[in-house]
Write a protein that binds this ligand. Sequence first.
Ligand SMILES: *Cc1c(COP(=O)(O)O)cnc(C)c1O
Length: 503
Amino acid sequence: MQYKCTRNKAESLSAAQAIVQGISENGGLFVPESLPSYSADDLKQLCKKSYTERAAHIVADFLPEFTVEEIKECVESAYSEQKFPGGAAPLHRIAGSNQAFLELWHGPTCAFKDMALQLLPHLLTRSLKKTKCDKTAVILVATSGDTGKAALEGFRDVPDTKILVFYPDKGVSAMQQRQMNTQEGENVAVCAIEGNFDDAQTGVKRIFTNPEIRKELEDNGMLFSSANSINWGRLLPQIVYYFSAYCDAAEQRMLEMGQPLNIVVPTGNFGNILAAYYAKKMGLPIGKLICASNSNNVLTEFLSTGVYDRNRKFYTTISPSMDILVSSNLERLLFDLTGCNSDQVASWMTELNTTGRYSVGSELTAVLKDLFFSGCCDDAQTQKTIYEMFLSKNYLCDPHTAVASDVYEQYVKATGDKSTPTVIVSTASPYKFADSVLEAVAPAQKQEEDDFAKVQQLSSLTSTVAPAPIAQLQEKTIRFQNCCEVAQMPQVVLQMAGLEPKA
Ligand SMILES: *Cc1c(COP(=O)(O)O)cnc(C)c1O
């Protein structure tokens, strides 16, 4: 199976090359040239397997250059019980309803990014070898919070890799900062920068494309690589859990084999919901794809009108991982829905860059409306949903999951469809956002000052238990406290790579 570029379909790469390269030089994204298809029988076979076996089976279909044994090794180290003590992607049924939450946050950093970032390092290091590259990969990440920590955990002590994460000094929560500054591992480094997320991101991009630094690294047996969310190696692991959720729903008698299952996804960069779309195309009986946004509702509008317009106010919300106005992975959907028309996609992306807006026309809009239902939810409504979910269903959820839950209610109201079994994707532990969750469940209560005291407070108030990676954070030693100016970032990179910075 070869991979094509969304902005130039003549460009063709192997799976390993697509994973190593991450993004095309023309800015396009890599997609498989065809999708494997799963019959009802295949699905039944899959249902008998464990999560790692399901993952091995599906991942193998997309990576023909990998042996069965290699893939087995990759998924077994990624989704071990030690890494995911609560199971990799358990389905939490809500009693007396046809709803279930797919909990994707039982990994080392308590957010769903672990599902992809635990596997990617294994795929990447093997892909490097397959492309005859015997260099050490230096991963640079600019993060606004969740991705940095998940990438650090994923690459921690992975042979032949080093990882360096930059974050905006005042742009992440205290808990997120603590998560990163206490990171363990011999091949990791973390550095705050004086600036915002955009400064960090621009700084990283500049280093990536700086020929002198690249040369210096290459001369010393290293090369830059990326753990960015548009890498195919991050999308592929996400297809697996939709198949797994369907199997678990069937096993739990939530549905009959073959019956459609609706999927609700709290969406930011459009990666998670795109994986569900691919699963549907591969033959998984998925009904509606329900796309949930917070006040940054550019996708809500796009999926119902066909007009993508990023010229709007940017909101900072209590579901920060969805605070995004350019959803990069949407490009892959457009490529697919236009029958791989890369010229058309490239021209829309140029319009987006120049005017901030493009329109896909009425025919494609009708297709989008048939596939997707879209809705949005502001902070007040998010908190109300957290409160009501806890009160009426005894289920404590984080703000991102609450957005999804609220948009599902909007779907039921709008369509009258109460009967289709539905999976709501739960993307983070509520303890990662202890302050907004506390405020939602106990608005009258005075909150503790200290972040760990807040975690304790949430635990006693709700009789739930904080996940170990958050509870144990307090005892961890702080290893990284450096902060640099944007101009110093290249020096920090060279130092971390063990190279003396040039004067
Ligand atoms: C990244 C993230 C999302 C958004 O997922 P996309 O794949 O970018 O759409 C939602 N919730 C949480 C908690 C996240 O970390």
